[in-house]
Ligand binder design. Structure first.
Ligand SMILES: C[S@@+](CC[C@H](N)C(=O)[O-])C[C@H]1O[C@@H](n2cnc3c(N)ncnc32)[C@H](O)[C@@H]1O
Length: 266
């Protein structure tokens, strides 16, 4: 069914008259695709003209709904061409990223480092109604700005984990510079191995829609009263309990909050 929605998407975009309320609800899907430089890329059977090791696909503006795109890569190889096909499930407004390179050519990270602007960090901690009694875990902590700010401003304890040793170094250096070593712990860990059932009362994420969905079984084990805050990305189909938009020099950032109970469906 999703496939037919996609095929209809381009047509729908053309049929909706300019200026109608319906058109205001239309949003594009953006997918960045990592692949070998010389590979051919096909989306829904159509060859993309762009070249390079990172290519960007932007859909036509789409009405709300669920869509699936079939992404195929043909990589010329010395042993003959290698074909990889990947199906991605998206919703209008999503930004997604997929990596079609061979596993030994991919980075260790599931998502590239991109810091949350400080204005958004401040806003998300306010949205989470953080107090000094909270325990904040930032999953994929980058340079540690979320745990460091939480400790400095609210005096709470915080834990940042990142799989990338360079980011762990950056975080530890920021913890030292800001003098919050008593409150903040940083570790090199893979977020998908963490037990979230005991430690955190607030979990912060700036990942991707498919990674948020993959984390859901872990997030559903959070203790009652815990909150999950995601920068920019939805959590599967689960309606957030709260949502804000923060204006920054880099553009508007959506920030979503779910209570642990909402994620569990009760
Ligand atoms: C978009 S950045 C967000 C950084 C920080 N949370 C912020 O908001 O400024 C995502 C971070 O997740 C880290 N990361 C990616 N995959 C990971 C994984 N499987 N386990 C732990 N960290 C991961 C990356 O190294 C990167 O620093």
């Amino acid at each position: 069914m999703w496939r037919s929605l996609i095929l209809a998407a381009g047509l729908i975009a053309c049929l909706i008259p300019t200026g109608t309320l319906a058109q205001e609800n239309l949003k594009s899907v953006t997918v960045e695709i990592y692949l070998p430089e010389s590979a051919q890329l096909f989306i829904e059977g159509q060859e993309m003209k762009s070249k390079g090791s990172k290519r960007l696909f932007v859909s036509p503006p789409l009405p709300p709904g669920k869509y699936a795109y079939t992404i195929k890569m043909i990589n010329p190889d010395s042993d003959g061409p290698r074909t990889v096909t990947h199906q991605i499930e998206v919703q209008p407004g999503d930004f997604e990223s997929i990596d079609l390179r061979a596993p030994d050519k991919r980075p260790i990270t599931d998502v590239e480092y991109e810091p949350t602007p400080q204005k958004v960090v401040d806003a998300l901690l306010r949205l989470g109604k953080v107090t000094r009694k909270d325990v904040i875990w930032d999953l994929g902590c980058g340079d540690g700005r979320i745990p460091v700010t939480a400790a400095k401003v609210y005096g709470c304890t915080a834990y940042g984990v990142d799989i990338d040793p360079e980011r762990v170094k950056d975080s530890l250096s920021s913890v030292r510079k800001q003098g919050v070593g008593q409150l903040v712990t940083i570790e090199q860990r893979d977020i998908f191995t963490l037990d979230l059932s005991k430690g955190p009362t607030v979990v912060t994420l700036y990942l991707l829609p498919h990674l948020n969905a993959k984390l859901l079984p872990q997030l559903r084990k959070l203790p009652p009263g815990a909150r999950v805050i995601s920068v920019a990305h939805r959590m599967a189909d689960i309606k957030p309990d709260e949502q804000i938009v923060v204006e920054t020099e880099l553009g508007d950032f959506d920030v979503y909050l779910w209570k642990a109970e909402t994620l569990r469906g009760n």
